[in-house]
Design a protein around this ligand. Structure first.
Ligand code: NAP
Length: 275
């Protein structure tokens, strides 16, 4: 494939599925200057926001009339069969197929798109919606360096990108960065609940917890040179209040084994759903 707009975002791209993740990626690409005339969106029941975006920017909401250079699959895994049956004829030998579907292997996608050779499997996360996503990618051997660069550029528009040498670790990725935002929301709820248990009015406790998690996340974002352990040590004075809490959180039966158990459960679930 001839360098199809790696930096210029002008390859012909079809996005199948414009829900939460597909919609977030679409907005990120348009925000980075992707030429809307080069984008077709296939979505059976587009939201009013997507219809409005199509009217405002001019991307098409129709099946392509020729094979796209990039086909992004962003429907739910259970809709893949029906979607692939309709889309397979449009995927040609030069089409890079990118799938963000949880649990669907490269071999599974390849079998459904027999004319396409290059497949990239990606595991993004919800923070893509605010440009702070973490996407992890694995490519089929047939993907060219240029196609890999194209995939990386598409996800870089939504946040950070990491590559895996193969897809064998993607279930572990799902358990950490894929499902991870929900763990942080859960931590925020736990902090609010602890505040209420200490006598704070529920509304104040919820606001304190949320602002604290937002602020700590922003601090990490703005201090890329510091590890999270260094940031923790910087706010922990010996014998102080934070140290008292961390003694509980960092005990042998504290937060680390709990999160390890949670992540293991997510990985096992990802493996069970995979195919
Ligand atoms: N959300 C996340 O945090 C996250 C993280 C990592 C990976 N993923 C993956 O991303 C994919 C999308 O997740 P999501 O949260 O964005 O789900 P979603 O909001 O339900 O979006 C999926 C969209 O695809 C549409 N769709 C259904 N059948 C289709 C077809 N045949 N052709 C084209 N579009 C079709 C759905 O329409 P209807 O609603 O009308 O069915 C819906 O609008 C999933 O495969 C998931 O595994 C999501």
């Amino acid at each position: 494939m001839e360098a199809p707009g790696v930096d210029r975002f002008e390859a012909f791209l079809v996005l199948a599925g414009a829900g939460r993740m597909g919609g977030a990626m679409l907005r990120a690409w348009l925000g980075r200057g992707y030429d809307p005339r080069k984008i077709s969106v296939i979505e059976p029941r587009p939201s009013p926001e997507i219809i409005e975006l199509a009217q405002a920017t001019g991307f098409a909401m129709a099946a392509p009339s020729r094979p796209p250079e990039i086909l992004v699959l962003a429907m739910k895994p259970q809709n893949l069969g029906e979607a692939a049956a309709a889309l397979a004829p449009f995927a040609g030998p030069d089409t890079l197929v990118i799938s963000i579907l949880a649990g669907k292997t490269i071999a599974n996608i390849a079998a459904r798109f027999p004319h396409a050779t290059a497949i990239v499997r990606a595991m993004p996360n919800l923070a893509a919606a605010v440009g702070r996503g973490m996407a992890v990618l694995a490519a089929s051997v047939a993907a060219t360096p240029c196609q890999r660069a194209t995939a990386a550029a598409l996800f870089a528009a939504t946040g950070r990108v990491e590559w895996l040498a193969g897809e064998d670790l993607i279930d572990a990725v799902t358990a950490i960065s894929g499902s991870g935002p929900a763990y942080v929301f859960c931590l925020t709820e736990a902090l609010a609940s602890a505040g209420a248990a200490l006598g704070l009015p529920a509304g104040i406790a919820a606001r304190l917890a949320r602002a604290t998690v937002e602020g700590a996340g922003e601090l990490m974002f703005q201090c890329p040179e510091s590890t999270s352990a260094e940031l923790r040590e910087n706010v922990t004075s010996r014998g102080g209040t934070t140290a008292a809490a961390l003694e509980v959180l960092m005990a042998q039966d504290g937060l680390t084994p709990l999160i390890e158990r949670a992540a293991k459960a997510a990985k096992q679930r990802a493996a069970a759903l995979s195919g």
